[in-house]
Design a protein around this ligand. Structure first.
Ligand code: PLP
Length: 421
């Protein structure tokens, strides 16, 4: 590493110790990766993916065999009845919005049991007082939320609220909250509790950042519907855009009518020259997610050694690819983001600066020198500029590269002059 980057001897020693300490965790991540890769290959072969499926259609995209086959592969992979797996989704927020508007109707109540959802969903729900934009609130969909407790999900409160609610909404990843990601056991317990109290309730999971971190997905653990972004885990760093919605067939169908138009549904949507990248990205997703998880374990261990609170702890099991590092000052946060940017394969010369972001409530600083704009399966770091200056570090297409980036980021922070902190 020293041959290419200005790593100091002391930091190389830290790196050596961290790598030694986390070796068993890295091996455990490899085991999950291998399982998921075999599952992936099995799904491709079972579905008979053929060379002609990799080239797409134009115009309406009727009878797009490649699109349909890809959605079958994804459904088989995650144990769902049906799926929309398409580049037509513009972001994770768009995908989640299509799912929510797809299945909720005026008078329904959405119950979020993981506290306030991810910042960009606030506008979708109508929680920002955003009028005239056609939020769920404007369409008469009611919203309730349950805060998570110290122990996690508040199951008694879910049981009490469920009978009056149409949807139980769970955000698997921590998002911009200082909590743990939900485990599959957490999701199963919440789903079971809600359904015991109301058999008709729809359990929906925001699965962004969760895919392939475990050997199962929420649709195999009680979720009726889940959604995620293809510029995160399932796109493998290769899908240039897109999202997915998967779950029970009638629900996915409702979402399809929302994505296109009521009465049209999933039959249209041309794929142009996207399919090869979509297939290839999905195929690589278990391995790429594993690289990101290794980066998370490494960052947590290294920053922990240097005295910063990092979560999850290195030895903890992971259900998303995010690591939070509490840096306690704006200067340290900027130093971390600058190093991540400098160590990016694209735009390494840029300097990230805090700025307002559409959908986010405070200024945000983001470091991302990515092949795909805004992709956070690639090593990226972002943070709302507010105390306690908690950095959200995620992604890493390649652990060797990310490890060097994280090491140099730690070195940058260590070298900040006392007065600058
Ligand atoms: C990224 C993310 C979203 C929103 O996705 P965008 O692509 O940023 O619109 C929603 N929920 C969670 C948990 C996320 O990580």
């Amino acid at each position: 590493m020293q041959e290419f980057f200005p790593v100091e001897a002391g930091m190389l020693e830290e790196d050596r110790r961290v790598m030694e300490a986390i070796a068993p965790r890295l091996a455990a991540i490899d085991a999950v990766r291998d399982h998921n890769q075999w599952k992936m290959l099995h799904a491709f072969t079972q579905c008979g993916v053929a060379a002609h499926h990799l080239s797409g259609t134009t115009g309406y995209g009727y009878d797009d065999a490649g699109r349909e086959r890809l959605e079958e592969v994804f459904s088989l992979l995650i144990g769902s009845e049906d799926a929309l797996y398409r580049h037509h989704f513009m972001s994770g927020t768009h995908t989640l919005a299509v799912a929510l508007f797809g299945v909720l109707r005026p008078g329904d109540t959405l119950l979020s049991a993981t506290g306030r959802p991810y910042d960009t969903l606030h506008g979708v729900l109508g929680l920002k007082g955003n009028k005239g934009q056609g939020s769920l609130a404007e369409f008469g969909v009611r919203y309730r939320e349950l805060a998570m407790t110290e122990e996690g999900l508040d199951l008694p409160a879910i049981a009490e609220a469920a009978p009056a609610c149409r949807m139980l909404y769970l955000q698997r990843s921590r998002g911009y909250a200082a909590r743990r990601a939900l485990s599959l056991e957490d999701i199963a317990a919440a789903a079971q509790t809600a359904k015991a109290a109301n058999p008709n309730i729809i359990v929906m999971v925001d699965n962004c950042y969760g895919e392939f971190t475990q050997t199962k997905e929420p649709t195999q653990c009680g979720a009726d519907l889940m959604a995620g972004s293809l510029i995160k885990n399932p796109g493998g760093g290769i899908a240039p855009t897109g999202g997915y919605i998967a779950g029970k067939a009638p629900l996915v169908e409702q979402c399809a009518h929302r994505l296109t138009a009521p009465g049209v549904g999933a039959e249209i949507g041309c794929t142009g020259d996207m399919l090869r990248q979509m297939y290839l990205g999905l195929y690589f997703a278990p391995a790429v997610t594993a690289e990101a998880l290794k980066t998370s374990v490494y960052a947590s261990a290294l920053f922990g050694r240097l005295g910063f609170a990092a979560s999850p702890a290195p030895q903890e099991d992971r259900n998303d690819i995010i690591t939070t590092i509490t840096l306690g000052s704006a200067a340290r946060l900027c130093a971390l983001c600058e190093a991540v940017q400098q160590m990016s394969p694209v735009d390494s010369f840029a300097t990230p600066e805090p700025a307002p972001m559409p959908g986010y409530d405070s200024e945000v600083i983001m470091a991302a020198g990515a092949f795909t704009q805004g992709s956070s399966i690639e090593l990226s770091c972002d943070a709302p500029m507010r105390p306690p200056y908690m950095a959200y570090l995620q992604g890493g297409l390649n652990f060797a590269a990310s490890r060097a980036a994280v090491l140099l980021a730690a070195q940058n922070i260590r070298k900040l002059p006392e007065g600058a902190i």
